[in-house]
Design a protein around this ligand. Structure first.
Ligand code: NAP
Length: 414
């Protein structure tokens, strides 16, 4: 597997998957010497000294950070920009594409995201003759979970995406990506795959559009602080209760979340196994095959903040008819995003300067709603990745707690 001339380029390196991908590559996953160079591309500026990526090691791949690359800006030649700014672009062997822009209008969202990915592929098809593999993430939205009650009976298996109703399919960009990559790779030396996560749990130094871990961490951090629990006083015996922000149905629905670390590792693993994992194959990914519920996880998350995580009150609306991102008309408690907005100033007052501008972005409302509309089972089958030899498993709580620790170090929570 080791090929010191491998050069990975990571688009969306500041995002929830991209950060972990760069982190894992710099930590030598899967083995020292596999990559000689990692180019991390970001849109917003990122200060390398505050990136929390590992320092350069003598044996590690070289890291080059290229910020300010807006893939959606028209009227400029992306090829010219990348040729000028990415050293060694002609030696890129692996493209990890983790960019996503969420928009109100689904059709516009599909068109914008499609255009950005196509531009990137067009550039590499011309400028990177050594290209071997392209990997990108889809998501369970591609299994129709945005329809109330879901579309397919779980466990969700990769072949089901072929039966996705066509009117729904038009509202998701992943099928369009598949078509584009099939055409673009035809007759070329490279191949590609898609990886499908449900909720991704991970750290970003700069905020993220849809980080549930950051959303809940900021909420629980402020909630604990307002109940006189000092930061870093994690205790299992707290009597201060914090109910799960959702309905009882939401708290009991089965799902298979994934930490950004396991997701990143599988994307790298797949990209180094083109015979097994290429050819446009789709792979579900999760921390472990056994599904979990929020009821099991929530108390362990709350406990890290010194709180006692409890079930939602019986008065919570059920939410079975809600669409993705919709909330019930009223809830007895403030939602996490509402609570965080109300007390946000405490972050700055108590030295978490980063938290003032690096929270969750456009995903705020959708993240508030996950406990209400995701009332149905949606667990993924992991048979396919296991058949391909990827065996890594971990307790789904681990990714949460590792993210909380990094959020605290990065000044994103108290
Ligand atoms: N979040 C989840 O739980 C989840 C679950 C299932 C699937 N997914 C899938 O994972 C992918 C990423 O997820 P996310 O949206 O949650 O990630 P995210 O953390 O918000 O990251 C998105 C990345 O895209 C970059 N980006 C956005 N617009 C850009 C532009 N115009 N030019 C260049 N870069 C741009 C951002 O860069 P800057 O920060 O530098 O602007 C950021 O690095 C999406 O395909 C999503 O569907 C996510």
């Amino acid at each position: 597997m080791a090929d010191a001339r491998n050069h990975a380029i990571v688009y969306g390196a500041s995002g929830i998957i991209g950060w972990a991908l760069v982190d894992q590559l710099l930590k030598h996953y899967p083995a020292p010497g596999t990559f000689s160079k990692v180019t991390a591309i970001t849109n917003r500026p990122l200060d390398l000294s505050k990136s929390f990526w590992p320092e350069k090691r003598p044996t590690g791949p070289e890291l080059e950070l290229v910020s300010g690359i807006n893939l959606s800006s028209d009227g400029v030649s992306l090829a010219d920009i990348l040729r000028e700014r990415v050293k060694d672009i002609e030696n890129v062997t692996h493209v990890y594409y983790l960019v996503f822009t969420a928009m109100e209008d689904d059709v516009e969202e599909v068109a914008t995201n499609y255009r950005m990915f196509q531009r990137v592929i067009d550039v590499h098809n011309v400028t990177s003759p050594r290209l071997k593999f392209v990997a990108f993430p889809g998501g369970t939205r591609g299994y129709g979970i945005y329809v109330p009650g879901g579309t397919f009976t779980p466990p969700l298996r990769e072949e089901m995406v072929k039966s996705l109703p066509s009117d729904y399919s038009k509202t998701v960009v992943y099928p369009a990506y598949r078509e584009m990559l099939t055409k673009a790779s035809d007759g070329k030396s490279w191949t590609w795959c898609e990886v499908c996560p449900d909720t991704i749990i991970g750290f970003t130094p700069n905020g993220s559009q849809f980080s549930l871990a950051l959303h809940w961490a900021q909420y629980l951090s402020l909630y604990a602080f307002n109940h006189d629990i000092k930061p870093r006083s994690q205790s299992k015996s707290s009597r201060v209760e914090v109910p799960f922000p959702g309905s009882t149905l939401g708290a009991n629905s089965l799902h298979t979340p994934v930490s950004s670390k396991i997701l990143a590792r599988f994307m790298i693993y797949a990209s180094l196994s083109p015979e097994k994992c290429g050819g446009g194959r789709l792979f579900n990914i999760a921390d472990r095959a056994k599904p979990c519920t929020a009821n099991e996880v929530w108390p362990q998350l709350a406990s890290w903040f010194g709180l006692k995580g409890v079930q939602p009150p019986d008065t919570e609306p059920a939410g079975e008819e809600l669409k993705a991102g919709q909330l019930p008309n009223s809830t007895p408690n403030l939602l996490p995003g509402e609570y965080t907005s109300r007390y946000q100033r405490l972050f700055a007052e108590y030295g978490c300067l980063n938290a003032a501008h690096a929270g969750v972005g456009v995903g705020n409302r959708q993240l508030d709603s996950v406990g209400y509309w995701l009332t149905f089972d949606r667990q993924l089958s992991l048979d396919r990745i296991r058949e391909c030899g990827f065996e890594e498993e971990q307790d789904p709580v681990k990714g949460w707690l590792e993210s909380f620790e990094l959020f605290q170090k990065a000044g994103l929570i108290l």
